[in-house]
Design a protein around this ligand. Structure first.
Ligand code: SAM
Length: 250
């Protein structure tokens, strides 16, 4: 018997930012698998088993989900935002890659969600309106030297940048180092957007010039967007807008 495995993004937090496709997949699921706070976002109902697990057990969680689908269950693995952005889709495929034959009959579908940087950018204006990159600042799965190298190259390429996982209690120093790199390489006025818990009741957005950006302005619920050299702030009585123009003069 073979079942189905959906890897779905729940969006940044608000119910109305979950796609109808994901809502439908959750309605049909027999099992939902994911990190505790994300599984909490799925309402319990008869016939649905919720499997919540802790951080840093992504491969065990992925293997469990694949095994349940192979047993004929209809499984949804949930991530926040988009499941392909620093999240469970890659983890499921890493698990699958260890033994592709074992799960060869399982139907697998990835359903996109609204990732944090896009939800945050929409609140601020259009800071990602031209070329940009996204960097995960966590050094749990890659060395810090590589993060610093990518940061410097992104600055050299004059990309706007979105930083995920900027700062956690166990890694308080990484984001401070990232800010030092940026402050050494970019102008003082470069806009930095700290977007916390976007689309939830705890949402807070704050835009400061790079010279005033402080490490403690970010935590694990914050995505940080740093403008390119072209990013501008338009002052308005209804609140400033940050945008990056679509063109760069020749
Ligand atoms: C493990 S990553 C998961 C990213 C997720 N897959 C996505 O596409 O948004 C967790 C990081 O995403 C960012 N994040 C997730 N939801 C957010 C929200 N509602 N507001 C701001 N940042 C958020 C934060 O940087 C957080 O540390």
């Amino acid at each position: 018997m073979t079942g189905r495995l959906v890897i779905a993004g729940l969006g940044p937090g608000a119910d109305d930012l979950v796609t109808p496709q994901v809502v439908q997949a959750l309605d049909m699921a027999t099992d939902v698998v994911g990190y505790i706070p994300y599984v909490k976002r799925v309402p319990p109902r008869p016939g649905l088993t919720l499997h919540a697990s802790d951080n840093r057990v992504e491969l065990d969680r992925a293997t469990h989900a694949l095994d349940m689908a192979a047993d004929g269950r209809t499984v949804v693995v949930v991530s926040s935002g988009d499941p392909g952005v620093f999240a469970m889709a890659a983890a499921v495929f890493e698990a699958l890659d260890t033994d592709p034959e074992k799960w060869a009959d399982v139907d697998i579908e990835v359903m996109p969600g609204i990732t944090a940087m896009l939800a945050a950018a929409a609140r601020a204006g259009a800071p990602l309106g031209h070329d940009f990159c996204a960097i995960n600042l966590s050094d749990n799965l890659k060395p810090w030297d590589l993060i610093e190298k990518r940061l410097k190259l992104a600055v050299a390429g004059d990309f706007a940048m979105a930083f995920y996982n900027p700062r956690s209690k166990s890694r308080p120093e990484g984001f401070a180092r990232a800010l030092q790199v940026l402050q050494a390489e970019c102008g003082d006025d470069r806009p930095v957007i700290f977007a916390r818990a976007v689309s939830t009741p705890d949402e807070m957005l704050r835009t400061v010039p790079l010279s005033q950006a402080q490490p403690d302005m970010a935590d694990m619920r914050t995505v940080v967007i740093v403008g390119s050299s072209r990013t501008r702030i338009v002052g308005r009585a209804k609140g400033a807008l940050v945008y990056t123009p679509r063109s760069v003069p020749a």
